[in-house]
Design a binder for this molecule. Sequence first.
Ligand SMILES: [Zn+2]
Length: 88
Amino acid sequence: MKKLITIVAMVLAVCRINAAESQKQTVCPVMGGKINTNLFVDAEGKRIYVCCPDCLPELKQNPAKYIRKLEQQGVKLDAAPKPADAKK
Ligand SMILES: [Zn+2]
């Protein structure tokens, strides 16, 4: 019985790690490619990463659409640095 409890506890721990990982943005909302962390658009106080330079104009045109799309997928976007911080 003790063994079973240990297994259940381990499974729960693994599930929790997976859930935390799935919240970070990993794919581009425009083309669905793997994100390039050097390419991003800041909008609504959030930072949205894209996969390639071609996706930047599309994302800039309609950032709200892509923010919604990512959030519906359970993605937690990074906060964009405040302009005051960026000047430092
Ligand atoms: Zn792209």
